[in-house]
Design a protein around this ligand. Structure first.
Ligand code: ADP
Ligand code: MG
Length: 243
């Protein structure tokens, strides 16, 4: 996907100052070992409200391990980890429960008032109103990923974790879902941490780009407007060199 400035809506820039906005997630000295392998090695990270952060890194560098820790799905991490508010995750594979209709996937384990109504509203936001009663296996890849995003959003997370959610989509569907993610982010204002291995995607979507290497955040860029569009832009060259 070419880096295309017009896809990005800088709506949130005016809502939050991401230097002074409240901290949503704090990670200090996070370490995760698998046997004698240290995958995360004293990692530090701060994410503030309204930020859209992309996390790049080679396959096996520990990106998903970090996301699982942030989502509270890993009890064997060492170090400090604090997340304010709820966390929701969308994965590369949508992981919908196949024997529950799309709408019932959204309400599964959903607390608070009127779960059905909130599920309908979330499905409307991702353009899936007419698929609410469909079985997950009858959805296209793009529809399933949109359903997965709706399931995450209906939980009104303070921190939305996206683990390569676009990787399995064809190039055209990917552009549509990029747009959707930016719209949802702008409308709901969660902090987003997006794992991707695509440099163009990171620079297209995020305000801050991190590179995970050797168990730590080895590089960090703030993406300034206007977004780099040219393939020879220094930011792109620097990022590619770091990967
Ligand atoms: P990434 O998402 O960056 O591709 P992962 O976080 O999935 O990488 O994995 C990082 C490393 O940790 C890999 O070498 C992987 O094999 C290892 N790893 C992840 N989960 C486990 C596990 N449950 N048991 C053993 N090793 C694991
Ligand atoms: Mg991964």
């Amino acid at each position: 996907v070419p880096v295309n400035e017009t896809v990005h809506a800088p709506v949130n820039d005016t809502v939050y100052d991401t230097v002074t906005a409240p901290v949503v997630a704090t990670v200090r000295g996070l370490t995760r070992r698998f046997g004698d392998r240290t995958v995360l090695d004293g990692l530090d990270l701060t994410i503030r409200r309204g930020e859209f952060v992309a996390l790049l890194g080679r396959s096996g560098s520990g990106k998903s391990t970090l996301l699982r820790a942030l989502a509270g799905l890993d009890e064997e991490v060492e170090g400090g980890l604090k997340v304010d508010g709820s966390v929701a995750v969308a994965f590369q594979e949508p992981r919908l429960v196949p024997w529950k209709r799309v709408r019932d996937n959204l309400t599964l384990g959903l607390n608070g008032p009127d779960p059905a109504g909130r599920a309908e509203a979330a499905l409307a936001e991702v353009g899936l109103t007419d698929r609410a009663r469909a079985w997950p296996l009858t959805l296209s890849g793009g529809e399933a990923q949109r359903a997965s995003l709706a399931r995450a959003l209906v939980r009104e997370p303070g921190l939305l974790l996206l683990d390569e959610p676009f990787s399995a989509l064809d190039a055209l569907t990917r552009i549509t879902v990029h747009r959707l993610v930016l719209d949802l982010w702008a409308a709901h204002g969660p902090a987003v941490l997006l794992v991707t291995h695509d440099v163009d995607e990171a620079l297209l979507l995020a305000d801050r780009v991190l590179v995970l290497d050797g168990g730590r955040l080895a590089h960090e860029w703030t993406v300034a407007a206007p977004r780099p569009r040219h393939r020879d832009h220094p930011d792109l060259l620097t990022l590619r060199a770091a990967l």
